[in-house]
Design a protein around this ligand. Structure first.
Ligand SMILES: Cc1ncc(COP(=O)(O)O)c(C=O)c1O
Length: 340
């Protein structure tokens, strides 16, 4: 796999650590390791830094002076796109989709506050189900008419260019596995716009790494819808990489069971996962993405999906800043009733 032919900005300066989680492992009776992509650079880390390393490099190679992108109202992708745009001296325009009706609160904490603090060039809130692609094109045309040179990054940077970030991560993990004998058999990650899982699958296929990737649906309600998306994006990424290894469709596995009530809505299992990782390992996950992926991993461990001796890698894709917009989900931890 030759990633060198693609421009990159160098946002990922060194491999993120793989750490053993002793206390969580003891509780689950399965050895669990975590890949700390929550520690990536950018403003408060997360998976989009790897994707934007390639996406923003492409924008700059085309002479862009503004970035247009979209996401949900607490989007980590928008936070990181804004942060890296600021560091590159690019204007950043955000289209934010209120995917759950009446949940947009201009005074909300979490990523919403960070959008304001960092200062997006513009923010437009659109209702759930709006045609965000057309919104971004219209905005881009408007900027063009004003003499700007906008570049549109799709939601989640979920195109083959963005997915290269996770093909590179697969390469990084492969090298880490060669250096230290972790004995890992499975990787569990959140699967939303798809670039993370697709990039990993492409990267592992290209480097013949036999790590089984399990995606936990965080947006689409059905396994099939998510698996179809991942198959297409993985195939397109392998094509971009000129990779002769075709994707074995049997390797694409997405689980719908841990989505809970829907996108951005946590289930009791999601909240248990957020609490358990905090209490046992002092690592924060969020109720929208990584809490659901961890809840999936915990359930798979408890129900015997992972066999004795199998070792699991949890890909921590970040997202914890959104936790602070969900304090109402933890009523016992705030206010006078708090007991410690
Ligand atoms: C923290 C976090 N984890 C995981 C994901 C899912 O990654 P992907 O969109 O590449 O499927 C997202 C997407 O926004 C995210 O913000």
């Amino acid at each position: 796999m030759n990633l060198h032919k693609f421009p990159r900005r160098g946002y990922v300066k060194s491999p993120t650590p793989i750490e053993f989680l002793p206390r969580l492992s003891q509780i689950l009776q399965v050895d669990v390791f975590v890949k700390r992509d929550d520690l990536l650079e950018g403003c408060l880390g997360g998976n989009k830094t790897r994707k934007l390393d390639f996406s923003i490099a492409k924008a700059l190679s085309q002479g862009a002076d503004a970035i247009v992108t979209c996401g949900a109202i607490q989007s980590n992708h928008c936070r990181l796109t804004l942060a890296w745009s600021i560091r590159e001296n690019l204007d950043c325009h955000l289209i934010l989709e209120e995917r759950v009706k009446d949940t947009y609160d201009p005074r909300a904490s979490g990523n919403n506050f960070i959008f304001n603090l960092l200062g997006a060039a513009s923010i437009k809130i659109v209702p759930g189900g709006a045609d965000v692609q057309s919104e971004m094109e219209a905005l881009s045309n408007d900027l063009l008419s004003k003499g700007k040179k906008p570049f549109v990054i799709p939601g989640g940077a979920a195109d083959p260019i963005g997915a290269l970030g996770y093909a590179a991560c697969a390469q990084e993990i492969t090298a880490q596995l060669l250096e230290s004998d972790y004995g890992l058999t499975h990787l569990v990650c959140a699967s939303g716009s798809g670039g993370t899982q697709a990039g990993l699958l492409a990267g592992f296929a290209a480097s013949n790494t036999p790590l089984k990737v399990i995606g936990v649906n965080v947006r689409r309600p059905t396994k099939k819808a998510q698996e179809d998306l991942i198959k297409t994006l993985t195939a397109d990424t392998l094509k971009l990489l000129d990779c002769p290894h075709p994707l074995d469709p049997k390797l694409v596995l997405c689980l719908e069971k841990y989505l809970g009530p829907g996108y951005s809505l946590p289930s009791p299992q999601t909240l248990e996962a957020v609490r358990l990782l905090a209490k046992t390992e002092a690592i924060l996950v969020d109720p929208v993405y990584t809490g659901k992926a961890l809840a999936g991993l915990m359930d798979l461990a408890r129900t015997g999906y992972f066999k004795k001796g199998e070792r699991v890698l949890f890909l921590h894709t970040g997202g914890f800043p959104a936790l602070f917009a969900y304090l109402d989900q933890f009523p016992d931890l705030i206010g006078p009733a708090f007991k410690g």
